[in-house]
Design a binder for this molecule. Structure first.
Ligand code: GDP
Length: 282
């Protein structure tokens, strides 16, 4: 960045070192390579030929452009849940271990603080422990859990749960669907069927922020199969710089709603693009 000091205009030559550093920072933050390439092209185009403002050094100005572009690509920010129906159905999907069940509990807690009741639905019938885990989570946030003993058809469970919510005056239904360690046809077909038959009002993809580059592939597969309304990225309380957020936003195009910042039930925060831009740049 020192090479830019004292230059009047940003040019390809005087930005080269600065851009290289930005590129390295993004790759270190685990932003997927094609996304980095795309981003760098945008930044160059935006910065090229800009008169350096009197109040700034050229290096500060380039950082400003990078920051602005990151915020633009990470946005628009929209943490609203739009719970405006008699019964609003939220469907959660994602790979096994991404943090779906935990996030269901966090959302139920958040919804509770807004004076509404949420029903957690045990539609993950692949993992026997998942139903039990959801009960533990539900109890800890004071939310009712709907599950059916010995059930084998997740679609029927979801349908019955929505009916139960209607009959019992519960205004938000959160479907905890099954995940797999990797994307497979059967999982996607099951999710598509739930989507088609239940017609959830919103579908959220839960992505593990620690998985870095792999997050892109899974996000793409879920986005191709389902009409996503938002992304929730978990485990951002760890060392991960959060570059996967930029990649996931890039491939899905849907807003990032919340980030998970702890395994505890209060560890869900609305997503702020400006804070995350700073973290990604390091
Ligand atoms: P699921 O298989 O997608 O339902 O994932 P789980 O909800 O069971 O979460 C998998 C693991 O990740 C559990 O040990 C959770 O406690 C943990 N976890 C989930 N979200 C977060 C988070 O935001 N931060 C941290 N540190 N751990 C999380």
């Amino acid at each position: 960045m020192k090479s830019l000091r004292g230059k009047g205009k940003l040019s390809e030559a005087n930005m080269r070192d600065g851009l290289k550093m930005v590129e390295e920072a993004l790759l270190e933050a685990d932003v997927a390579y094609p996304v980095v390439q795309d981003f760098m092209a945008r930044v160059s185009e935006e910065a090229l030929g800009q008169q350096v403002l009197k109040s700034l050094n050229p290096d500060q100005q380039l950082v400003g452009v990078v920051h602005e572009q990151l915020i633009e690509l990470l946005g628009p920010v929209d943490p609203s849940l739009r719970l405006d129906k008699d019964v609003t159905v939220l469907m959660m999907c994602g790979l096994q271990g991404a943090g779906k069940t935990t996030t269901c509990g966090k959302l139920a807690r958040l919804i509770g603080t807004e004076g509404k009741k949420a029903l957690l639905v045990a539609a993950d019938l692949q993992r026997p422990a998942a139903v039990q885990q959801l009960h533990v989570v539900g109890e800890s946030v004071g939310a009712k859990v709907y599950s059916e003993e010995g059930a084998s058809d997740p679609i029927a469970v979801c349908q019955n749960a929505v009916k139960y919510a209607r009959e019992n005056g519960i205004s938000v239904v959160i479907l905890d669907t099954a995940g797999r360690l990797a994307i497979d046809e059967e999982l996607m077909e099951q999710l598509k069927t739930i989507d088609r038959k239940i017609v959830p009002d919103q579908c959220f993809l839960v992505v593990d922020g620690m998985t870095g580059q792999d997050a892109v592939n899974s996000a793409k597969a879920f986005n191709d199969a389902l009409e996503l309304d938002g992304v929730i990225m978990t485990k951002l309380d760890g060392d991960a710089r959060g570059g996967a957020l930029l990649s996931v936003k890039h491939v899905t195009g849907v807003p990032i709603k919340f980030i998970g910042v702890s395994e505890h039930m209060d560890g869900l925060e609305p997503f702020y693009a400006d804070r995350m831009a700073g973290r990604i740049l390091g």
